[in-house]
Design a protein around this ligand. Structure first.
Ligand code: AMP
Ligand code: GLY
Length: 420
């Protein structure tokens, strides 16, 4: 079959790599793709947030299945548009994607279905928000309501810091995403990511991962899109996973169906685990980036069968075959990230690295210039490895990094420290 993946980051490189291992895939196009994806698939220029343009492109190229990687096209209704054109597509509708695009919506769904999450209040002006913060005290969490590329959340250690964050959000520093603000109770504990596929009815557990959101070693410094990840997450024992399914994910999926907006796609629950009890931090309506890289490394070609079963409403027949293995990915970022970062650094040594089921360098923000790979984004490479233990996977990933010729790369040397 002919498959189109929308997106151009490390997540989409990993999806493309896994899907290509499945013999059902005859032709793979990725839009827009990147320099690493271009080595394994066709790349196309396309406005992926324009559902009409995507549908026309898919028709012209006899595409049988569209896999939507990032959240922006989902929040823009691209899945709805493709479905209306009679196309098979992996990814939730615009209405269902509100589980990521509106924090206030997610909180209301949690209230309706009893899913445990932080206590919160929702504000449309700064004065009332500040009164609430003064009443509650710190630490407290201030969030822009809409999509803000992972940057619209401030964990304030003091009331002053919370008030400054409120001013900043209502002052427009997050654009439209900050027109409404959610203020939440601070949850202590260990964070983990939990992934399921959903076809509107059936929920199929896909796996767990943990990522490192902070730029600095020891999980310090500003938040980023994610500096590394590993799978499985040791904190997600069978007992915790069972509680996440029965207390959080299944009630949410049932509530979405009850509202007439069934959830179809991958549902990524960001969790806080304290004393074995899970609470929801947030939902995402797509695979995590870089969590997808470690999940794809472990799942391989079966991913295509699972995504198809999900899109076709056949998840009740589907099974995930897990090996008893571990994967780790280390993000190499450009100098300056997560602030203003340098572009154009030439990266050498990639051709000499092993590329097999245990070693892959997924490209996140790269471009090709005069036959060379150059840095073209904040997060640039995802150096990913698999092993019989997390230790093995870590050794392989850092062994590859040592052989990459890029002096100014920014990366953490401690990915996996909590688990090791
Ligand atoms: P979010 O975009 O909602 O995932 O938030 C980004 C990060 O902020 C999360 O991964 C957590 O590390 C942190 N965070 C968000 N909400 C809370 C909360 N209520 N309590 C503690 N930490 C939080
Ligand atoms: N790694 C966090 C995310 O994809 O949202």
């Amino acid at each position: 079959m002919n498959i189109l993946i929308l997106g151009g980051g490390g997540r989409e490189h990993a999806l493309a790599w896994a899907i290509l291992q499945n013999p059902k895939c005859d032709r793979l196009i990725v839009a827009p793709g990147n320099a690493g994806i271009a080595e394994i698939a066709e790349c196309a220029t396309l406005d992926i947030e324009d559902g009409g343009a995507v549908a026309t492109f898919a028709e012209e190229n006899a595409v049988d299945f569209v896999v939507i990687g990032p959240e922006a096209p989902l929040a823009n209704g691209v899945a709805d548009r493709l479905k209306a054109a009679g196309m098979l597509c992996f990814g939730p509708s615009e209405e269902a994607a509100r589980l990521e695009s509106s924090k206030a919506f997610t909180k209301a769904v949690c209230d309706a279905c009893g899913a445990p999450t932080a206590a919160y209040a929702h504000f449309t002006e700064a004065g009332a928000a500040k009164d609430y913060v003064r009443g509650k005290g710190a630490p407290i969490v201030v969030k822009a309501d809409g999509l803000a590329a992972g940057k619209g959340v401030i964990v304030a250690e003091t009331v002053d810091a919370a008030e400054a964050a409120i001013d900043e959000m209502f002052g427009g520093s997050f654009g439209g995403a900050g027109a409404e603000v959610v203020i939440e109770e601070f949850m202590a504990g260990e964070e983990a990511s939990f992934f399921v596929l959903c076809d509107g009815e059936t929920v199929l557990f896909l796996g767990t991962a943990q990522d490192h959101k902070r730029i600095g070693e020891g999980d310090t410094g500003p938040n980023t899109g994610g500096m590394g990840a590993y799978s499985p997450a040791p904190v997600m024992t069978d007992a915790v996973c069972a509680r996440v399914l029965t207390e959080i994910v299944k009630p949410t999926v049932a509530e979405m169906a009850r509202r007439g907006t069934p959830y179809r796609g991958v549902l990524y629950a960001g969790l806080m685990i304290e004393g074995g009890a899970p609470r929801l931090v947030e939902y995402n309506v797509r695979f995590g980036d870089p969590e997808a890289q470690v999940l794809m490394m472990r799942l391989g070609g079966q991913v295509l069968d699972l995504l198809l079963a999900c899109a076709e409403g056949r998840l009740s027949e589907a099974r995930v075959n897990w090996a008893d293995d571990h994967a780790m990915t280390v993000v190499m970022a450009a100098k300056g990230y997560p602030g203003a970062y340098e572009k154009g650094a030439v990266i050498g040594g990639l051709d000499a690295l092993p590329e097999d089921s245990a070693h892959m360098v997924f490209h996140a923000g790269t471009a090709e210039r005069d036959g060379k790979v150059v840095a073209a984004g904040g997060r640039v490479l995802n150096v990913t490895a698999r092993g019989a233990s997390l230790d093995d996977a870590q050794g392989r990933a850092y062994g590859m990094i040592e052989r990459i010729d890029w002096a100014d790369a920014v990366y953490r040397r401690d990915i996996g420290w909590r688990a090791l």
